[in-house]
Design a binder for this molecule. Structure first.
Ligand code: RIB
Length: 369
């Protein structure tokens, strides 16, 4: 049995690019009649039907959007994906989600597959600063919206001010009196994490202190709980007088791992070590020691990115939008103080904060966040 003809076979027979075939299938208005006829002849000759896109072919309009996130195992991206779904579902548009696992090579593979699938656009959280593939996609007619990083790149972007987020986190630790703070950061290719460290340094400088004196930057290869555990072990191995008294992790998974190690080692949090994360994923408030963190409007990030993409589709903005400034949506981060940094958030001490909230036996401890 002969193998099914691919979009590449059609492109080769018609003498055009894969992106042009994708445009003929999904955005025929963008292709000259002569080219469109050549491609349609090749499709007929090869009896080509894009896999999984037969309905799109009939519908003449792509009824799916692709999204490539950094890590599907991170609850942050689960919440962002929920926001995307909630914007697309009323339009009858399906969402195809893939994970780059913070690997540029894997992100690239996923982008190629999504373009071949003929999606009407792609939402992506970049795994590196290399934007060439996004430009190529846009040129071939597949709009790209950057999610969670990409402000100022010239691409439509929905993101949070991560420099401000890093400042809020470390300013909070400085306000509590910490003067030796570990900053656990991820791969230098993850822009949003780099920006958080920039913010951390600005907070120290704003306090008239030397960032190189106050901060101990601890890079990790991946932004997950295992790496957070590992860093906490290394910090605990330091002699007491060289050990930081506060840890700022650039995401909540790292902070979860660090907390797990500290508590298992019998370290008092926040008494001996304060911990601050970033994201405010659902588990952050449910931990045995609720996590102080920087809240990102995760659902809004996803919803707004999908909405921006549909706006681009509507305005047919794609390869011909050269010269128009890329639309950007920037959200503000918010500091959420909980027990992992602030002893006064201990439910047993709520009366110090607000007599009304003093825990009573029948109501159980007041929520500490
Ligand atoms: O994936 C790494 C981090 O980038 C996530 O936890 C979230 O903070 C995103 O901005």
């Amino acid at each position: 049995m002969r193998s099914r003809p691919s979009v590449t076979d059609v492109a080769r027979l018609a003498g055009v690019s894969v992106g042009t075939v994708s445009n003929v299938l999904n955005r025929p208005g963008r292709v000259s009649p002569a080219t469109r006829e050549r491609v349609e002849r090749a499709i007929a000759q090869l009896e080509f039907v894009p896999s999984g896109s037969a309905r799109q072919l009939r519908a003449g309009v792509a009824q799916s959007v692709g999204a490539v996130v950094l890590d599907l195992g991170n609850p942050f991206f689960t919440a962002v994906t929920r926001g995307i779904e909630d914007r697309l579902t009323p339009e009858g548009i399906a969402l195809i989600v893939a994970s780059s696992d913070e690997l540029p090579s894997r992100e690239s593979e996923r982008l190629v597959l999504l373009e071949q699938h003929g999606v009407r656009g792609i939402l992506v959280t970049p795994s590196s600063d290399d934007l060439d593939q996004y430009e190529a996609l846009r040129r071939r007619g597949t709009p790209v919206v950057l999610m969670d990083a990409g402000l100022g790149t010239g691409f439509p972007t929905v993101a949070v001010d991560d420099v401000l987020g890093g400042r809020l986190a470390v300013q909070h630790l400085l306000d509590l009196g910490h003067r030796r703070i570990a900053v656990v950061t991820g791969p230098s290719t993850i822009r949003q994490c780099v920006d958080r460290v920039v913010g951390a340094r600005l907070a120290v400088a704003d306090a008239g202190l030397d960032p190189d004196e106050v901060l101990v930057e601890v890079p990790v290869p991946a932004l997950n709980a295992d790496e957070g555990e590992e860093v906490a072990h290394r910090l605990l191995a330091r002699q007491e007088q060289w050990r930081p008294t506060g840890i700022f992790c650039v995401n909540d998974l790292l902070a979860l791992g660090a907390l797990r190690t500290l508590l298992r080692a019998g370290v008092s949090v926040p008494g001996q070590m304060a911990v601050v994360g970033y994201d405010d994923v659902p588990f952050a408030s449910m931990l045995m020691v609720p996590l102080t963190t920087i809240r990102q409007p995760t659902h809004q990030i996803g919803w707004s990115a999908a909405d921006l993409l549909l706006t681009l589709n509507a305005s047919d903005a794609g390869a011909d939008d050269a010269g128009r400034p890329a639309p950007e949506v920037q959200f503000a981060p918010e500091l959420v103080v909980r027990l992992s940094s602030d002893p006064s958030r201990d439910p047993e001490r709520a009366s110090e904060r607000d007599p009304e909230r003093a825990p009573t036996r029948d109501r159980g401890p007041a929520q500490a966040d």
